[in-house]
Design a protein around this ligand. Structure first.
Ligand code: HEC
Ligand code: HEC
Ligand code: HEC
Ligand code: HEC
Ligand code: HEC
Length: 197
């Protein structure tokens, strides 16, 4: 099936019922399965994380690699960040859509693409697809997406122009200096205990 533009995509989404960015995704898909525990321990939030779900994959069966392109999704097809990172506005973690959400579209879209075929096969077999986490602050640092987004700070300020990326890259080092520079500039708190509990 070919989807030639944003309008077509959104029509398709409406039909599938997976265009509702606000609808929280169940943390029960293969992508989320192995990661839920980690995230739950860290924050108490029921958000799936990007951490590799390899804990649930048999050791002899590494999860299939799938190259995910933000450019194809968030850029060319203008799918909102919240469709796949549904928790960002409501919790510390941005979260990542479980494979069931990916498959909601990919049962129909891009079935001829190698990456989609790999993903569909893994999904059918109940194997998780694992993603390499790019951004992470150390455990002693507290960070919350919700608070920043509520202040109108865009994803871009910290993650760069993700919608044009074919491969995820870390644009900012997320070092203390990076956090502090903006906090000073926006007159947000620089109290040590804000970020270090
Ligand atoms: C809202 C619909 C939608 C959702 C949800 C979605 N995709 Fe896609 N995806 C697309 C469209 C549209 C394309 C472009 C297909 C084409 O060009 O034929 C695409 C293409 C792809 C491709 C092939 C990229 C290439 O090289 O052309 C992969 C791999 C992929 N998606 C993976 C995923 C994964 C993983 C998820 C879940 C995290 C996901 N998709 C969720 C709509 C979606
Ligand atoms: C169709 C689903 C989808 C959409 C839409 C989407 N993402 Fe993603 N995002 C993913 C997947 C899948 C990964 C993991 C990819 C990987 O590891 O290669 C990811 C990873 C990321 C990461 C890296 C996280 C980390 O630390 O490893 C950031 C940052 C990110 N996305 C931001 C965004 C922003 C900003 C938007 C909107 C402009 C967006 N995403 C839209 C599916 C999506
Ligand atoms: C003020 C800076 C900032 C903004 C704005 C921001 N992020 Fe993040 N993001 C971070 C930091 C820092 C991490 C690493 C957090 C950690 O290790 O707990 C991160 C991690 C992530 C991750 C991977 C881990 C997770 O939380 O699931 C994703 C996906 C992500 N961001 C997506 C987004 C999206 C989508 C937006 C916009 C809706 C956004 N971010 C806005 C700083 C930011
Ligand atoms: C682009 C600007 C910007 C960047 C970068 C930024 N922050 Fe913030 N941060 C803010 C603003 C503005 C506030 C104040 C929000 C408010 O008043 O509600 C804030 C508030 C916070 C809070 C307070 C939340 C609470 O519950 O009280 C924490 C914690 C925090 N930031 C951590 C970080 C960390 C850690 C980093 C770096 C990884 C970071 N911030 C990077 C702008 C930024
Ligand atoms: C706005 C958030 C924020 C505030 C406020 C903040 N830090 Fe940090 N701090 C971070 C982040 C993010 C890291 C981890 C990245 C790094 O090492 O730069 C960190 C790391 C550190 C480290 C470990 C450095 C290392 O090399 O491992 C120390 C020590 C530290 N901070 C002390 C402080 C002290 C003391 C204050 C108060 C003056 C403070 N921090 C205020 C965000 C913050």
């Amino acid at each position: 099936m070919r989807v030639s533009g944003a309008a077509a995509t959104f029509l398709l989404l409406g039909a599938l019922g997976c265009g509702a960015a606000a609808a929280p995704v169940a943390a029960s898909g293969p992508v989320a399965a192995g990661a839920a525990a980690e995230q739950g321990a860290a924050s108490g939030a029921p958000a799936p994380s990007l951490a590799a779900a390899s804990a649930t994959a048999p050791p002899d069966q590494p999860a299939a690699p799938v190259n995910f392109s933000h450019k194809v999704h968030a850029g060319d097809n203008q799918i909102g960040c919240g469709v796949c990172h549904a928790y960002a506005r409501h919790s510390p973690n941005a979260g990542l859509a479980p494979a069931s959400v990916c498959m909601g579209c990919h049962k129909f879209v891009g079935k001829d693409k190698p990456g989609v075929m790999t993903m569909a096969a893994a999904f059918a077999a109940g194997h998780p697809v694992s993603w390499t986490r790019v951004n992470r602050v150390p455990d002693h640092v507290f960070f919350s997406h919700q608070r920043h987004l509520a202040k109108g700070i865009e994803c871009k300020s910290c993650h760069g122009d993700v919608a044009s990326m074919t491969l995820d890259v870390k644009v900012h080092d997320l070092q203390m200096g990076f956090c502090m520079d903006c906090h000073r500039q926006k007159q947000a708190t620089v109290d040590c205990l804000t970020c270090h509990k």
